[in-house]
Design a protein around this ligand. Sequence first.
Ligand SMILES: C[S@@+](CC[C@H](N)C(=O)[O-])C[C@H]1O[C@@H](n2cnc3c(N)ncnc32)[C@H](O)[C@@H]1O
Length: 342
Amino acid sequence: MRKKNAIRRVYELEVLPGVERFALDELRDMHGVRVPEGAVVDDGAIQFTFDGPARALRRLRSAVAAYVVERFDVPRPKALLGHEHLTRLMAFVGEAAQNDEFQSFRIGAAGRDSDVFARLTGEIERATGLRHDPEEGELLLRFVRAGDGWEVLARTSARPLSARTWRRCNMSGGLNATLANVMSRAAGLREADRVFNPMCGSGTLLIERAALGKAEMLVGADISDAALACARENVEASGARDVELGRMDVVNDPLPARAFDLVLADLPWGDAIGTHAANEELYPAFLKSMAHVTSTRGRMVVLTHEVKLFERLLEQERRWQVKSVQKVSHGGHWPRLYVLSK
Ligand SMILES: C[S@@+](CC[C@H](N)C(=O)[O-])C[C@H]1O[C@@H](n2cnc3c(N)ncnc32)[C@H](O)[C@@H]1O
């Protein structure tokens, strides 16, 4: 039930472009959230209202960051220096500063080095006591043009939500944790699933799947000892229990038949990890092994940037049916997220 006298505020969620519908589903499941028509205001930006405390939004696992939003009907930022707007802006920033007990702030805006922003910065320092730190400031304040006016967005956490506290070990080619969350949900969550994460790297997919609820089995394998050590460190920090990790070449070593119901895989894309030439052999061998290791109604979720190669193989082999394909943004690339079933 909605709390009496609760303040319903406007928030904006920053998500990786392409995962908006998954973030909307997660938002809709959250008590106190209202998602209006036209909530997706831009690629990767979703606006909604919420009457709970801003810190509750930290539970969202498909979001890169959450911001509280204040709209000003002004033609340009300079007008924010007028008495009425400035008073409201200072009250807004002062309130936002309490969301994570921020001590410092920084500005994110086109023209943040201009005289106007220098004056706004001085006003914020005076009115709120926050220290201006242009590079490391904890409270990020973004100034964004929106239609005929401007919006000020205050991030609700010092670190992005996608920077998980479990990540003690980082690996080149590591998956953004919000995308790992989305991949697990795209497959459908089933407690009876025996889940296999071949090429598990630093363990992102296993940890994010474990955070979503029980699974019959959660098994990760990688050919690299360094990757497995990294995954172990992260799994331990996450507190996820019952994750099994093992060293294995998942395309050449013998695998048990029909041992898993669901495969979650973030394959080498041939740039940061692996090469395109090696993928010509790795990908067909991978599809064959995964067909062998999964049950007769097996499902698989794959993220890859080798789109032409992967689609050609799916077409040729016909072992897997494509249930959905989603283009998503990740680290400056636009890989595809495939949901497949046998
Ligand atoms: C794109 S990375 C996975 C990143 C991972 N999702 C993460 O978040 O850290 C690909 C991983 O595949 C592993 N790999 C490549 N070929 C393999 C094979 N044949 N068998 C097992 N692992 C393999 C690499 O060692 C690397 O850790």
